[in-house]
Write a protein that binds this ligand. Sequence first.
Ligand code: FE2
Length: 434
Amino acid sequence: MLFQVEMTVNIPFNMDKDYVNVLKEKEKAMSQALQRSGKWVDIWRVVGKYANISLFNVENPGELHDILSQLPLFPFMDVKVTALCQHYSAIKNIDKPIAAPSSVASNGASQNGSASNHPSNKKEVMTRPQLDALLAKIESTEDAKKGNPRVKTIVNRIVRDLFYTIEDLDIQPDEFWTAMDYLTQAGQNNEWGLIAPGLGIEHLLDLRMDEAEVQAGLTGGTPRTIEGPLYVAGAPVVRGFARLDDGTEEDKGEIVFMQGQVFDTQQKPIPYAQVEVWHANLQGFYSFFGPPQTPFNLRRTIITDENGRYQFRSIMPSGYAVPPNGSTDVLLQALGRHGNRPAHIHFFVTAKGYRKLTTQVNIDGDPYLWDDFAFGSREGLVPPVKRITNIAEAQLKYGINRKVASIDFNFNMHPEKTGVFKTDVERAHKPADA
Ligand SMILES: [Fe+2]
């Protein structure tokens, strides 16, 4: 049965924005899965930013109700359902959906490819049953007693989604092999660490971890955010205080002191926690990447004191962009996006008995603060920057005869808990001697 469903989302203005974003991401993933399944067959019209008219192809009204009620934003939706007498194939070319603005409806459902060079009303080349039969044939070549079950499940799912995508978007052989060449080049350029955050995948992993922690009763910690691809292990270890910069940019930039304490979620200090910190220089480059810098410039591992306190001195980092004309840049340009990140400082915070915290703080005032191509900016991670312009005060507080910037920031760590995903993520990093 075919149903027309008008969905209007009304999110309360005072809802936590991070939580709303979590809901939207979940809604988007679910709506995409429903579209792949053929149940959510079309977004007929996008009506403003928070409403759309969609078509659902389901067995009966009960199934439609089950689907709609599982949507994460359903509690905030006004829904109007109309049963249609015609099959989708008979009406899909009538009154085609109006091209939506780039910001899609709040339910996050994607649009048909109206902006592509393909005719928007393409004919079906292969049916779902044909595709499914082909997929079944391919999967039947797998030996149930061999291989890795998890890999089988993941790869088969991705291949299935790809087959459906090729059919639904009428992907041409030229386009497919161009994409293969792109993927190969991206690997050779070692840019997957940028493409993954650029496509929001690394942020999605963060949101899923947030959600899993909430479900496990772990709340109140410092927000996590993406690691990025530029961590290098082995930075010098220091107690309590560290100077991160090697002095080469001292006279060109702003000196910044950052300090705070590491607490648990009950505001109890965690003594001798490990705070690994790394950031870019004034040109937006990290040591070990880009133009040569002294080894471990702007990288240190600080062990907090008995009260969980840490402090470091450095130069204020600059924002940066993906490599010009590199694989990430090419992709983002094709998507009509930019590849800029706001200035930020990365952290790994670890302590025995606590869940590892991977996060960043953003430098307030950066023009890209809330327009990060990597979706790393989060509320709670933008501490105010104090400018100390009184030299006597700077001397008194920091022992330095010039203006300085100062950032106070405390970390709150979750206690380790069994049964929740691990936060010490396995990920290859560039070795310091490479
Ligand atoms: Fe970074």
